[in-house]
Design a protein. Structure first.
Length: 94
């Protein structure tokens, strides 16, 4: 399922701008999110506990996103990106 479809359009993957980023399909983008979260949090020396406090969720939920156990919604990605001082695009592509 497309992360963006729920929020912005009812189209197919072919119509989704995030799905078309760098020619990747949505599964590739979703698999990349947790790696980018981990990378940015590590670079900025932000722990799961600190990140959780910044965005108002539990540290366990942050760890699930970082470990790839769960995929954050687009609105959660915006919140996380803002808390990290990066753009959503930075969390979606390398």
């Amino acid at each position: 399922m497309c992360l963006v479809r729920v929020y912005y359009h009812a189209g197919t993957r072919e119509n989704c701008i995030l799905c078309r980023m760098k020619g990747r399909d949505m599964e590739q983008v979703q698999n990349q999110v947790h790696l980018r979260l981990l990378q940015v949090m590590t670079q900025k020396e932000i722990s799961s506990v600190e990140m959780a406090a910044r965005i108002g969720i539990s540290p366990r939920a942050v760890r699930q996103f970082v470990n790839g156990e769960k995929i954050p919604s687009l609105s959660r990605l915006y919140t996380m990106a803002h808390a990290l001082g990066v753009s959503v695009k930075d969390l979606l592509v390398d």
